[in-house]
Write a protein that binds this ligand. Sequence first.
Ligand SMILES: Nc1ncnc2c1ncn2[C@@H]1O[C@H](COP(=O)(O)OP(=O)(O)OP(=O)(O)O)[C@@H](O)[C@H]1O
Ligand SMILES: [Mg+2]
Length: 368
Amino acid sequence: MPEVRIVNVSKKFGNIIALDNINLTIRDQEYFSLLGPSGCGKTTLLRLVAGLIEPDSGEIYIGDRLVNDVPPEDRDIGFVFQTFALFPHMTAWDNVTYGPKVKGFDMAEATTIGHEVLEMVKLHERLDAYPSELSGGMMQRVAVARALAAGAKLLLLDEALGQLDAKVRNEIRYEIRKMAKDLNLTGIHVTHDQSEAMAISDRIAVMRKGKILQVGTPQELYMKPESIFVAHFIGESNFLEGYVAGGSKSKVVVEIREGLKIQASNGAVEEGKQAVLSVRPETLTLERGSKKIQNGIQGTVERITFEGPNMRYEVRLENDSLIVVVKSTMAGNWFNIGEAVTVVFPVEHTRVFPYPENRSLKEEISVG
Ligand SMILES: Nc1ncnc2c1ncn2[C@@H]1O[C@H](COP(=O)(O)OP(=O)(O)OP(=O)(O)O)[C@@H](O)[C@H]1O
Ligand SMILES: [Mg+2]
């Protein structure tokens, strides 16, 4: 139920800066994901919220309570790990009622709670099964039920679906979200899988190297990435290098080769500075033939992949860069390999970023 507030939190392990001054508020009853490549600090942040480790500096609030000195068992949280942390020698029922019993509820109360939560996760008919007799998805549901029975108001899931096969994973992720919503819980879901985060989150924090790069709804992150890394990590983007050749803040003109100019919509990049344009493949328009049009760059179709719903065209542009254009198959008007085309950049979906400092574009988007 509670809001979670992380204020100026840093954590080092020896020389490794696992978290670098994190500030983040997760709203009451929000289903929130921490998303980022391996080693970016997701688990560390979750463990700090759980109280399993202490921050070097900063404060963590759950609801109105500063919990820095509150032990994990008194934080009203449920922690679901990637590896199923069920007691293997206990049945689903005993796993679930363990929490209430330890908390001092009597047998009748523990039984009522046990029935309630097993009903919620729809595992009532399997209450006598041992973990080894349950599927991965069922085990995760028992783990959630156990957390709920122990009084969790805040559900923390660390790659909780990582071990499940793709199909089960897809189903369970919606179920867990729905459960959290139905029970008015706050959920923090750690994953490095962007499609999973996009599918189930109210909001997402994209992390990299101990920092939060951007927080937003899946749509905000997709439509308005604020960095090259987010544009690359969420969905698919084309990148083009160039120099800022004027324009205004809302319409920056970037020259990708002498005489080849593209207008982009965002960005505070100084004139004359090296810049990177990013644009989603499905926002580009393909025109037949070589045309001189505003924001159009001429090129040749080099490769076509039929993906069912979409046609995916790889077009070699005049400046020699390769760009991906995705068009709905049903829209018809298909193009052929070797055909001369003009790729038109939509100003409102073309974003411009300063060229990375001290490294190449390729290094910037390499994951990690
Ligand atoms: N107990 C520890 N001792 C030493 N270093 C640690 C410890 N825990 C985490 N780290 C380091 O801190 C950094 C962040 O680790 P963390 O486990 O939070 O990453 P993550 O985002 O969860 O990655 P993954 O997706 O691989 O699980 C990594 O460089 C990791 O090696
Ligand atoms: Mg982790």
